[in-house]
Design a protein around this ligand. Structure first.
Ligand code: ZN
Length: 178
């Protein structure tokens, strides 16, 4: 798969530290607000940002290099995310980073009207047929029908783009938006 595994950059090419700077300044640009990769990464970074704000508001200054240490930790975490085996005829072996596979499915789910993807992951490193997805729904959207649409989209995307027949798709509605 011609997808970058560079943990400094997102699949769309935006650098994580740029995104983090914009998030911290509460100034996400138009691309970052509409791009599923950026939105997902921003959702991942938001708790980190909240933690740094709490630390920053403490009387003592954070130690020098605090943000650098934090970013190094985030990058290490991204690298730790596993690789998933994909179906292939032997002797060829094919795998994809969990991050890239999840991004493919997150983009598919994001196309369903009224749905914003908050996160997508394969919880079991040995099972590429089990995916968990967290979404926000627009308030006017009927949840059961929309969840079913998400499920179908994800299943189709997994089959067409990854060659995977998903067995378990866990959908969590985290939020309702007006
Ligand atoms: Zn992006």
């Amino acid at each position: 798969m011609a997808m970058t595994d560079d943990s400094e950059s997102l699949a769309c090419g935006r650098r994580r530290d740029t995104l983090y700077d914009h998030l911290a300044a509460d100034a996400l640009d138009e691309h970052e607000l509409s791009c599923p990769h950026c939105r997902r990464a921003a959702a991942d970074l938001a708790p980190v940002h909240r933690a740094t704000v709490l630390l920053r508001d403490e009387p003592a200054d954070p130690p020098a290099g605090f943000v650098e240490v934090l970013m190094a930790r985030i990058r290490a975490e991204a690298r730790r995310r596993h690789r998933l085996p994909l179906p292939a005829d032997p002797p060829m072996r094919l795998s994809i980073s969990e991050h890239a596979a999840a991004a493919v499915l997150a983009i598919a789910a994001d196309e369903v009207s009224g749905v914003t993807v908050r996160g997508c992951r394969f919880p079991d490193p040995d099972d590429p047929t089990h995916v968990e997805i967290a979404i926000a729904l627009s308030y006017a959207t009927p949840a059961p029908q929309t969840a079913e649409r998400v499920r179908r989209r994800i299943r189709t995307a997994a089959r067409n783009h990854l060659g995977l027949d998903l067995r378990t798709i866990d959908i969590t509605v985290e939020d309702l938006r007006t």
